[in-house]
Design a protein around this ligand. Structure first.
Ligand SMILES: [Zn+2]
Length: 135
């Protein structure tokens, strides 16, 4: 994207050494400077029940300016040396876009607000019943 990339940690223009694991995940947020939050799902076996459980992993990853990664993108990340206190992954490349990302986020938000409304209704009901008792 950019003609010049001065990012020392850039996978293309920088000189960072990668080692460790690599994952493919969806970008949840790019609000932090040069950092993105990447989430991916995996399956883990529960031996006792002989079933699989869905696991979600969320990490912070370095977001090089020249890749131009946005919220909702599917990216490949690789582990590297710690870049900050909580950041030890780097976005290597953009694979594609999650078309359903915004819909999923909206559903999540709707779920949150719905549960909040329920709580407030219950509170109101409680208050009402208390009033009735005093009468
Ligand atoms: Zn670069």
């Amino acid at each position: 994207m950019a003609e010049k990339c001065n990012d020392f940690h850039c996978p293309v223009h920088g000189s960072l050494h990668f080692r460790g694991r690599s994952f493919t995940g969806t970008v949840l947020s790019t609000k932090m400077q040069k950092t993105a939050i990447v989430q991916w799902e995996s399956r883990g076996l529960l031996p006792k029940f002989e079933r699989y459980e869905k696991r979600k992993s969320k990490v912070k990853a370095h977001n090089p300016a020249c890749l131009g990664v946005k919220k909702g993108d599917i990216v490949e990340i690789k582990e590297c040396r710690p870049l900050s206190k909580t950041k030890h992954f780097i976005i290597i490349k953009k694979i594609g876009e999650d078309i359903l990302f915004e819909e999923k986020q909206e559903l999540l938000e709707a779920g949150k607000t719905r549960s909040k409304k329920k709580e407030s209704k219950e509170e109101v009901a409680k208050e009402e019943s208390e009033e009735n008792e005093s009468d």
